[in-house]
Ligand binder design. Structure first.
Ligand SMILES: Cc1cc2nc3c(=O)[nH]c(=O)nc-3n(C[C@H](O)[C@H](O)[C@H](O)COP(=O)(O)OP(=O)(O)OC[C@H]3O[C@@H](n4cnc5c(N)ncnc54)[C@H](O)[C@@H]3O)c2cc1C
Length: 550
């Protein structure tokens, strides 16, 4: 590595280069159950540094064949996407400028934290609505590369819907702009004789030759982050060709994102949430259909295990809310104690409406409550507002963090953490899922995006115990089989990385995964970007890098 560092310095790399043990250890984890210790962490200052880095890696490859580049923004990936055994490129130190925020678009660097970006957009009355539950922790580069989604994705869709343009560095070390091209523009790129021309030509040929097969492979769910999004790149009807669709969600395996141009939406200033307790899940499918027909802004849920955990570790919330917030939370929960004493509900539903005025919100919440009356749910008072429902929203958003931080003798094991099943099947699916969880003796909470049928199931396990570890493959296989039998997807928003990459063939079949592999090869023929993730992942490699220390 010393010789590589010397090359970088010779090339006048302006950013920081760090190979200290302390830094390498700090970058050996993300929020997944894996551990990969890098050899080097670099903090590029500008786009030229990124170019220098890629060129240097290409040159040094003959001496150091395993040299590779893993991009990292905030490092909250749950799949092992932002860790690697070679070079980590951290974007948060210098690529952290909010360059421009306009009424309905913004230009921003990938290392900007979403929380800071949101403050800047809200000042203009605008929002980038695909923020994840990790909104306080994640950066926008990782949101783009994972195709993140969250509570507002039901109404607005995921990050893929909000990217106008991307500036990227590809495997030849040069910068390119990706955006939607019309037929004439595509033709011009196609006839270029350089690397960019080669990419457009090969991608067009691959997509055109396999057009029907690729369109048919698109999962029939409202959100998907698995595989490469080949189906939305080329449209024969509109003749639009858009490589941003492919890059979003590609987890840094095709190149590095150095700049993002986001589309924003006008933020509706008022919102209210109807909270319902379900004592059994018998009518769940019908309830979901009834709610989603009214187009709520979000429709979230968490189960009895999550609620029990939140009550058990109640003081934890001071970390997010401060002591004042904790007291407020306690006071607000007091009236609900009455309902909870009658038995912990199986599922808590949060149905949110947004509007331009408080009156409009009240009306929508009221109408929803009336409409749900025949289902005999335990709905709360109908003048509920965002402020009143805030306590449940906090529990939902913090559910995973709570597990990560609080239960010390066991650790969160995200491996069936992001499944999606079309909502009409949930009444049957959820008890079957619980039966598998029980069969493997897993302690797991279920929380997620009810309207999309997207659930986060995060078991707590002593993963360093070989007996516990041995459960991963069979439990995952059974859950995947179940999800796929209902026409679902293995990941709605967290992506593949090291954990779901090995299962892509189970979901898509070999033929489609071969098209994914060809795509990777077109962009990154020497596999310098983020190896062992997505189509390059193998179960053996992933399992041999499970975290040993927590
Ligand atoms: C408590 C918790 C809750 C979560 N909830 C959600 C949720 O609701 N929805 C959701 O979608 N996710 C969720 N996640 C996962 C994760 O937080 C999100 O996917 C987030 O968008 C990742 O952002 P990041 O900046 O941390 O990315 P990182 O972890 O740094 O990177 C994620 C991936 O993007 C790649 N990448 C990063 N920067 C670049 C770049 N500049 N160029 C190319 N590739 C790049 C990395 O290589 C990696 O593969 C959650 C995680 C936690 C810990």
């Amino acid at each position: 590595m010393d010789s590589f560092i010397a090359v970088l310095k010779q090339m006048s790399f302006e950013g920081d280069i760090d190979s200290s043990e302390e830094t390498k250890t700090a970058y050996s984890h993300d929020a997944s159950l894996f551990e990969l210790v890098p050899q080097l962490v670099v903090f590029p200052k500008n786009e030229t540094d990124l170019r220098r880095l890629v060129v240097a890696v290409n040159h040094a490859r003959s001496q150091l064949p395993n040299l590779s580049i893993t991009a990292r923004s905030a490092g909250t990936c749950m799949t092992g996407g932002s860790i690697g055994e070679s070079i980590i490129v951290d974007f948060t130190r210098y690529f952290n400028k909010i360059e421009e925020v306009r009424e309905l678009s913004a230009r921003v660097q990938p290392g900007v934290f979403y929380r800071d970006f949101e403050k800047a957009t809200l000042e203009k009355g605008a929002l980038m609505p695909s923020f994840p539950a990790s909104r306080e922790l994640a950066a926008v580069g990782g949101m783009v590369a994972n195709n993140a989604g969250g509570e507002k994705s039901l109404e607005y869709g995921k990050t893929e819907n909000f990217v106008n343009k991307l500036q990227v560095i590809l495997s030849d070390g040069k910068p390119y702009e990706l955006r939607a091209l019309n037929w004439e523009e595509l033709g011009a790129k196609y006839h270029q004789t350089d690397f960019e021309g080669q990419i457009y030509k090969q991608m067009y040929q691959l997509l055109e030759a396999n057009y029907d097969k690729i369109k048919a492979a698109k999962p029939h769910v409202t959100k998907n982050s698995t595989g490469y999004n080949l189906w939305d790149v080329w449209n024969r009807e509109t003749k639009v060709f858009d490589l941003t669709k492919l890059f979003v969600g590609s987890q840094g395996t095709l190149g590095l994102v150095s700049d993002i141009n986001f589309r924003l939406i006008h933020d509706r200033p008022h919102s209210g949430v109807l909270v319902c307790f379900m004592r059994n899940l018998d009518n769940l499918g019908e309830v979901i259909n009834t709610v989603t027909a009214t187009k709520p802004a979000s429709f979230e849920a968490f189960d009895n295990y999550t609620l029990e955990l939140a009550i058990k570790f109640f003081p934890y919330f001071h970390k997010t809310l401060g002591w004042g917030g904790l007291v407020k939370l306690g006071l607000q929960l007091a009236p609900d104690a009455f309902l909870l004493f009658r038995g912990i509900p199986k599922m808590i539903l949060l149905i949110e409406y947004t509007a331009e005025t408080p009156e409009e919100v009240k009306q929508k919440v009221h109408t929803m409550r009336q409409t749900l009356k025949p289902f005999k749910l335990e709905a709360m008072e109908e003048d509920d507002t965002e402020a009143k429902a805030w306590k449940f929203r906090i529990m939902r958003r913090e559910s995973f963090n709570l597990l990560r931080k609080k239960v010390k003798d066991k650790h969160t094991a995200p491996f069936i953490d992001d499944l999606v099943v079309p909502p009409p099947h949930l009444t049957k699916f959820l008890p079957e899922l619980r039966a598998i969880i029980k069969k493997y003796g897993l302690l797991a909470t279920i929380a997620g995006h009810m309207g999309d049928g997207n659930f986060h199931v995060i078991p707590l396990m002593k993963i360093e115990d070989p007996k516990e570890r041995a459960k991963l493959a069979p439990a995952m296989k059974e859950v995947n089989d179940l999800v796929l039998s209902y026409g679902g997807s293995l990941s709605g928003e967290h992506n593949d990385g090291m954990i779901r990459g090995p299962w892509l063939e189970q979901m898509y079949g070999k033929e489609i995964v071969d098209l994914f592999r060809q795509t990777k090869k077109i962009f990154d023929p020497n596999n310098i970007f983020n190896p062992h993730k997505k189509t390059d992942a193998s179960w053996e490699y992933s399992m041999s890098h499970i975290r040993e220390h927590f």
